[in-house]
Ligand binder design. Structure first.
Ligand code: NCN
Ligand code: DMD
Length: 796
């Protein structure tokens, strides 16, 4: 195999940003051979035959960040071998910005008291954690007080201030700049951005705000608008809504509609091509026809939804086509502007983007006029174009229902209904390169550090309430056994009693391959991993059947499958490498790869939670993965491999003995330190194990329960617990697998399995069967009458 052949296609992902000189801080140890010399570089190139057994090289200790991440090794390769390549989806925190000094999260040490979550305020954007969010909430400063303390106007009072002729200057405010003609305060920041919407919480200690005053924002630029005008701009952005209910039928005056269309027409456009047209539709027949098309698509969509989602969707209105006096169709002409439209030659999609900006302009202007707008997209675009008699070179970008409304919802309707949640701004902001998290003015941090810092202890008040309630329910105290503890823990996690019923739920099946497969630790060919992923995607596996049974959505995550996989909905391509290296020869992964996989898991958890899921379920697929699972369990618990290594998919006596020896050898070859969880994952774990650990941490940080499956999830949970002991507050053991190591892992973690049927399939199958138990425990806490209420006599 030539070096070029060995180069992994995933290495050929996004190049380094143009213009950035490749930093040479990925030095290899001088004495070590470079197995890939001349291969073109790339983060993943440390594993020449990944998945088929080769020990990767790790950089010297001083090249690592606080997670042991190798600093920019791919760039070093690039210096020798051409352009640098980045991981396809992640960029590590790396030099030249030094890693934040404080905490080594790869070591087990007491975590500092995390910042307290913001109080839930129905009028403010809902940030994740959604419900309860841990211990004694409601410590964040409400907007009004924050405004008083920072000298900024609170959003809901900004208009009142202006109306009363009080521009908001308070004692202690700096003198106003004479250029600030009639402006309110000196803050250049929008007065109306609440701290909650950033995902950041004001630091507090025991509910007190810190002594230090908030830093003053610099003077306004002379071109900035006056305070009231800026407030109006931010207000309309904040209060724009996609409206589907509560439209009034009264007509829209022509001059109002024209103003709104003129605003749309002033949108920015590529090369000033102004590629939009607006078709104003009032005709009832046309609208009825479009509505029928939407209805058909709606039914098709509903059929594809898992149970809990389908129930929620049945109550959602997706259009108001006949309810509004006017529909506006916004189209794009991608050919407009002639042959040489400035800026479109490299990015033909810019015409569509420009038109979307026109839609936003229309939407904001409409909101300012008191008009609601609902964007409908449940139709097949060409069919709609035909129905509207559009010329063939025009495409529909938006179908908008426009009219006056009874009210604007305080939050997006989908958020109010729990369909999806607003992601905090902090999740979306990266500094200099993807993965260096932090709002402007903050020290950038990594996703892993941010996640661990966000995990909170259980809320004691909610726990006490749940315990009291369990004792008052019409049943003998304790008679629901472990389910009582489950409901109490869920209350503590949510920070309220009763907690929300953990539905909808989503199972994520993390798939990866293993270099140790070469040691004949399993009877199954490695290709079965890839084949089973196809089977999952086609809906033909046990996980699909069980998920259907319990109304759960299935997501497959490729974190390290050797084979190529299709780009299809339901499969998240997060391949960090094509399998691990053989753990009997050296470490499975580099630390960098281990961190990437952990962070991939965190992101999947975040995405599923912000998509509205209230319970996450772990699943795995990876031929040979019970071997690294056993090695992880031995490393974290200290048990002998003979006591925790099982027969996996089925091995005879001799093969089982051999597998135990393989695990033993892996632990001899790789020094493992349980206080260095990332190091242990990199040494003897797998990509799906690392991602599962991240998935657990991500769930815990969002305050959402995570239901664990079998031995693979159990071994990953040991790593998660070592990274953050508090993450176990979010964990529930679905079942106990037939693998002996699973029992040991669960005991070590203090988790009580909900059932044991000697299952040993993985995929999330056992955890899915336990999901109704979790849900039932909450339903009982919520719905069962108390002795008093039901008039049932208590114990004599
Ligand atoms: O979940 C379990 O406890 C479990 C126990 C034994 C096997 N498995 C599944 O079987 C595969 C690994 O088995 P093996 O024998 O190839 O190591 C992998 O896809 C796992 O999901 C899963
Ligand atoms: C067929 C098969 C299905 C699986 N599902 C999870 N692990 C598996 C292993 C095999 C071999």
């Amino acid at each position: 195999m030539s070096a070029d052949d060995r180069r992994d296609p995933v290495d050929r992902g996004a190049d380094d940003p143009p213009g950035r000189p490749p930093a040479d801080h990925g030095r290899r140890r001088a004495a070590e051979p470079d197995p890939l010399a001349g291969s073109g570089g790339g983060l993943l190139d440390d594993l020449p035959e990944t998945g088929r057994g080769y020990a990767p090289l790790d950089p010297p200790e001083d090249d690592r960040d606080q997670h042991g991440r190798a600093a920019g090794r791919h760039n070093a390769d690039a210096a020798e071998n051409g352009p640098a390549h980045r991981n396809p989806f992640h960029t590590p925190v790396e030099e030249p910005t030094p890693p934040p000094p404080p905490r080594d999260t790869t070591r087990r040490e007491p975590a500092p008291e995390p910042p307290r979550p913001a109080a839930e305020d129905p009028l403010q954007p809902n940030v994740i954690p959604f419900r309860g969010a841990g211990p004694e909430r409601a410590t964040a400063t409400p907007p009004r007080r924050a405004a008083e303390e920072t000298g900024r106007a609170a959003p809901e009072h900004a208009e009142a201030n202006t109306a009363a002729g009080n521009p908001g200057t308070g004692a202690g405010d700096p003198p106003r700049d004479p250029r600030d003609r009639g402006r309110g305060q000196d803050s250049g920041a929008p007065a109306s951005v609440p701290p909650e919407s950033t995902g950041r919480v004001e630091p507090s200690e025991g509910g007190q705000r810190p002594e230090e005053p908030a830093p003053r924002v610099s003077e306004l630029d002379p071109h900035a608008y006056a305070q009231a005008e800026r407030d109006a701009v931010y207000r309309v952005i904040r209060e724009r809504r996609d409206v589907r209910v509560g439209f009034r039928t009264d007509p829209i005056p022509s001059e109002v509609l024209t103003r709104v269309l003129a605003a749309a027409h002033q949108a920015p456009s590529v090369g000033f091509s102004q590629p939009w047209d607006f078709v104003v539709v009032e005709d009832g027949e046309t609208r009825s026809h479009v509505r029928e098309m939407v209805q058909t698509q709606r039914e098709e969509y509903a059929r594809a939804l898992p149970g809990a989602r389908a129930r929620a969707f049945s109550g959602l209105k997706v259009e108001a086509i006949l309810d509004t006096p006017v529909n506006i169709v916004v189209t794009v002409d991608s050919t407009r502007g002639g042959r040489h439209t400035l800026g479109r030659h490299t990015q033909p999609q810019m015409s569509g983007y420009s038109t979307a900006l026109a839609v936003e302009n229309l939407w904001l202007a409409a909101r300012a006029e008191g008009l609601g707008v609902g964007w409908v997209s449940f139709f097949e675009e060409r069919a709609l174009a035909r129905a509207l008699d559009l010329p063939p070179h025009l495409e529909v970008v938006a179908y908008l229902c426009v009219g006056y409304v009874d009210d604007f919802p305080p939050e997006p309707e989908l958020s109010l209904g729990g369909w999806a949640k607003r992601r905090p701004l902090s999740w979306a902001v990266h500094r200099e390169s993807y993965g260096r998290r932090g709002l402007p003015g903050e020290e950038p941090t990594s996703l892993l550090d941010e996640t661990i810092a966000g995990i909170r202890p259980l809320n004691q008040r909610a726990i006490n309430e749940a315990r009291d309630r369990q004792d008052q329910m019409t049943k003998p105290p304790g008679s629901l056994g472990v389910l009582e503890d489950v409901s109490v823990q869920l209350a503590g996690l949510a920070g309220e009693c009763p907690p929300p019923i953990p539905e909808p739920a989503a199972v994520a099946v993390f798939a990866g391959d293993h270099g140790v497969h070469a040691q004949k630790v399993t009877a199954w060919p490695q290709d079965v991993t890839t084949q089973m992923v196809h089977n999952f995607l086609n809906g033909g596996a046990v996980v699909n059947a069980f998920a259907e049974q319990v109304g759960t959505e299935v997501t497959i995550v490729d974190v390290g499958v050797v084979g190529d996989l299709p780009t299809v909905p339901g499969l998240l391509p997060r391949k960090v490498a094509r399998g691990t290296a053989d753990i009997t020869q050296g470490p499975a992964l580099t630390r960098t790869q281990a961190v990437y996989a952990i962070e991939a898991g965190v992101e999947v958890a975040r995405d599923l939670v912000s998509a509205g899921n209230r319970c996450l379920v772990t699943g795995d697929m990876g031929i040979a993965n019970t071997t690294p699972s056993a090695a992880l369990i031995a490393a974290f618990t200290g048990f002998d491999p003979a006591d925790i290594t099982g027969r996996g998919t089925g091995l005879d006596e001799a093969a089982h003995e051999h597998k135990i020896e393989v695990v033993r050898r892996a632990l001899e070859v790789n020094a493992v330190d349980p206080n260095d969880p990332t190091g242990v994952l990199a040494a003897v774990g797998g990509l799906e194990h690392a991602a599962l650990a991240g998935f657990i941490l991500g769930a815990a940080a969002t305050g959402v329960p995570v239901l664990l499956d079998g031995v693979i999830s159990g071994s990953a949970a040991l790593a998660a617990a070592a990274l953050s002991p508090a993450s176990m507050n979010a964990c529930f053991a679905g079942h106990c697998s037939a693998e002996p190591g699973h029992t040991v892992a669960l005991r070590h973690l203090g988790l009580h399995p909900l059932f044991g049927l000697e299952m040993r399939l993985g995929e999330g199958s056992g955890a899915l069967l336990a999901l109704p138990m979790l849900q039932a425990s909450v339903r009982a806490l919520r719905d069962v009458a108390t002795f008093d209420a039901a008039g049932v006599a208590g114990r004599a």
